[in-house]
Design a protein around this ligand. Structure first.
Ligand code: ARG
Length: 502
């Protein structure tokens, strides 16, 4: 577009190949805000006159308030949103005025400024949604402290637990993702503007002033680092993947638990699809899509890293290819969190089915084996053998629950391993088996972080407090951005009002 050395226009095919206008629609708003701050800084640094500043600001104002005006004024040969905005301002104000807007700025610092501004808004929205999702998991957990269910390893019944324990495990995991995003925010919320193409400017600009006008906490100090680095968005993509992996595992669990075979939960109709052929079907499509979209986010992370791998330092146009991937990652994560929040809030839990599965389960075996060693008479390894043999015996009788075994069953089972022990009699073992009801199994397991009721309550308290604290941190972030925006708006209004009054 603004071509000085290459003469003539770009080949049309080359122009559309180069163009990032489609993906730049997400950046337009930020490009305009960034331009407002840049222009005001140029004015306050005595690089632009008041008249020039006001003319440019009026132009930007029109572009913000009237979405058609950009197409009306912008040059059709613009390769991206930055050229589009500049060409529109030049057309509105003349080259002598609008042509000064790009002083001490390059598209290289501009594009990464816009990306950072969009990403910090996306990140804050995602973080806020994440806290809402955690709250809905928490609310369900409070309802299901006593909902006994089997816990699985290798998808085989392992130990007994409660449904709240499951839900709380994801509260913790998602809170860690919230923390990762908060860390990431610090590295996103720094301004690259004024780094220019790569090596700064000889103009007397104030980088920190623009940064604070736009609500950034600081500048990216080194101009080369500011224009070349994209580590903050690799980090964002990786945090997004980590979060999606949590949602994906919850989805997989819920898909399995909502089968007729399990029947532990059912999805609300609002979050279920039907089959075009089979009238009885109620399919968990939203959960399957969360699982499928996790793959997209994983692929985007790899694609972004692959684009960066092999680049030399300094801006290269390859970096443009990252933007659509990033927008896709961010919007997919955002909507997936919202869908999961709706699913969790409306899920129907069949406590009876969960209890029945627990009551027939051999998942109490470890509890019984532990009770057997409490007196210190036998080793855990021997106890493991004894109970394992009894479980094997019961399963050969047709998978009968341990609680249905009789004294002669236990004696017969122990004979198989030639077991006799003065203290450890069949009576004692049978007694322990009967004692280990699902309820007692949970009562006896008191270790920190276990499904024991007191531990559930303790974890709920911890998570509740964390959510409140993190919400406060997030509000501080939102407020800082709003405050900066307010101040910038006021500054612009003052200048524009002055021009009306003179
Ligand atoms: N459209 C470009 C992008 O998205 C903007 C930066 C172009 N800079 C350049 N030197 N060609 O990355």
């Amino acid at each position: 577009m603004y071509r000085s050395r290459p003469s003539g226009n770009l080949d049309n095919r080359a122009l559309s190949y180069l163009s990032s206008l489609t993906e730049d629609s997400h950046l337009l708003y930020y490009d305009l805000l960034g331009s407002q701050a840049h222009v005001i800084m140029l004015y306050e640094s005595n690089i632009l006159s008041k008249k020039e500043t006001i003319e440019i600001l009026k132009g930007i104002d029109l572009l913000i308030s009237d979405s058609n005006s950009l197409n009306e004024y912008a040059d059709t040969s613009a390769e991206d949103v930055h050229e589009m905005v500049e060409s529109a301002i030049i057309k509105m104000t003349t080259m002598d005025i609008g042509g000064k807007m790009h002083t001490a700025r390059s598209r290289n610092d501009q594009v990464v400024l816009d990306i950072r501004m969009k990403l910090r808004d996306d990140l804050n929205r995602i973080s806020s949604n994440l806290l809402d999702l955690i709250n809905s998991l928490l609310a369900k957990a409070v309802e299901h402290i006593d909902t006994i269910m089997p816990l699985y390893t290798h998808l085989q019944q392992a130990q007994l637990g409660v449904f709240s324990h499951y839900l709380l495990s994801y509260c913790f995991s998602l809170l860690r993702n919230f923390e990762r995003f908060s860390e990431n925010y610090k590295r996103i919320n720094v301004s690259p503007l004024g780094a220019c193409a790569i090596g700064g400017s000889s103009m007397n600009i104030d980088r920190n002033k623009v940064a604070s006008m736009l609500g950034f906490s600081d500048i990216v100090y080194n101009s080369m680092d500011a224009t070349s680095s994209r580590d903050f968005l690799v980090e964002f993509s990786s945090n997004s993947l980590n979060t999606m992996l949590d949602l994906c595992r919850i989805s997989e669990d819920f898909i399995i638990w909502s089968t007729s075979e399990f029947g532990f939960i059912s999805l609300d109709d609002q979050f279920s699809s039907s089959s075009s052929a089979m009238p009885q079907k109620k399919n968990p499509d939203p959960l399957e899509l969360i699982r499928g979209k996790t793959a997209t986010i994983e692929g985007n992370l790899i694609a972004i890293a692959s684009i960066m791998k092999g680049l030399p330092s300094g801006y290269s146009r390859d970096l443009q290819e990252i933007k659509p991937l990033l927008w896709k990652t961010s919007s997919t994560l955002d909507t997936s969190i919202e869908i999961m929040k709706g699913i969790v809030a409306t899920i129907c839990v069949d406590q009876n089915k969960m209890y029945l599965a627990s009551a027939k389960s051999y998942a109490v075996a470890l509890d019984i084996a532990e009770q057997l060693i409490k007196d210190g008479d036998i080793s855990f390894r021997l106890s493991h053998k004894v109970i394992g043999t009894i479980v094997d015996y019961a399963s050969r009788l047709g998978n009968i629950p341990l609680s249905s075994l009789t004294l002669s069953d236990v004696t017969a089972a122990l004979k198989k391993i030639d077991f006799s022990h003065q203290v450890l009699t069949s009576e004692k073992i049978l007694n322990l088996i009967k004692m280990n009801t699902p309820e007692n199994s949970l009562k006896f397991r008191k270790t920190k972080g276990s499904p024991n009721k007191n531990e559930q309550k303790a974890m709920i308290n911890i998570i509740e407090k964390m959510v409140v604290d993190y919400k406060k941190d997030l509000d501080v972030r939102f407020n800082k951005l709003h405050l900066a925006k307010d101040l910038l708006d006021k500054k612009i209004k003052r200048l524009l009002d002055e021009s009306h009054n003179t």
